[in-house]
Design a protein around this ligand. Sequence first.
Ligand code: CP
Ligand code: NVA
Length: 339
Amino acid sequence: MNLKNRSFITLLDFTPEEINDLILLSARLKNEKYEGIPHRYLEGKNIVLLFQKDSTRTRCAFEVGALDLGMGVTFLGPNGSQMNKKESVKDTARVLGRMYDGIEFRGYKQADVLALAEFSGVPVWNGLTDDYHPTQILADFLTIKELYGYLKGINFTFVGDSRNNMGNSLMIGSAKMGLNFTGVAPKELWPDQELINTCLEIAKESGATINFTEDKMAGTKEADVIYTDVWVSMGEPKEVWDERLALLSPYQVDMEMLNNAKPTVSFLHCLPAFHDKDTDVGRQISAEYGKKYPKVKNGEMEVTDEVIESSKSFVFQEAENRMHTIKAVMLATMGENYE
Ligand code: CP
Ligand code: NVA
């Protein structure tokens, strides 16, 4: 694998071999962490994390990953820098590229992460945009490999807003790596046809299949993995909740759906998940819409608490894997002599 100086913007830019190598490197780094084997391969380097949206997993994964690799880290939140307000992304890129060896970006526009990559001269990693969330897919696929031992041929069902950053990226990742991807959602929430066509082309090489259905029982019947994500993503206006609840509340992932799949099915979710009363947004939405959409009355939205807490749920293993996989991305794109 030679990914030195490459940016990690979308999985569309990477071959199946490169994705596989990143997953293998992640597994190796996970083992080194567990065994207490130091891996400070990037000692003396510094990275900066630019977050226009909130984060727990992605931020912590980059920070802990960078520290384990021996690097210094600067975090810039939505209000901490001049970017966007007094300085363009292009100028920010040219400044940060002279001080840092790598840049993580979480924000809205895919164009911004592309501009950072174009003008900074250092590797840029996409920590989530409105369109894609590629580092999450590496963690999801490492988790699936840990659970089943392989990726090719896994029946992967995504239930919910299939045209958000997660739906898009999981479809691309599946097409690249030969998983059989099924999106289960009302037609209004299927991805852009152009992206589906691109994935169908990629799938010809890998043997993957890509399908969409509105029928949740048919779509989950043969599933090895059932995955869901929030119904309203960061950056979307509050007003979309009503429409989204109408479209997606029939698609809440519950035990009936899990029991409809293969007996060996696993449940994954990128997190954060609305599955109980213990979140402000969950409580607000339940109070406002619970009568109209009874399924959301306990703060449970895209997934029930019973599913998250069940023995079929591996969401916290998946969350931990964010760190090992992000570490691999940083090492592969910045490091040398670590093989
Ligand atoms: N899954 C994920 O990206 O989580 P955060 O928003 O907490 O980073
Ligand atoms: N689709 C979600 C993913 C969060 C990790 C969002 O963009 O808010």
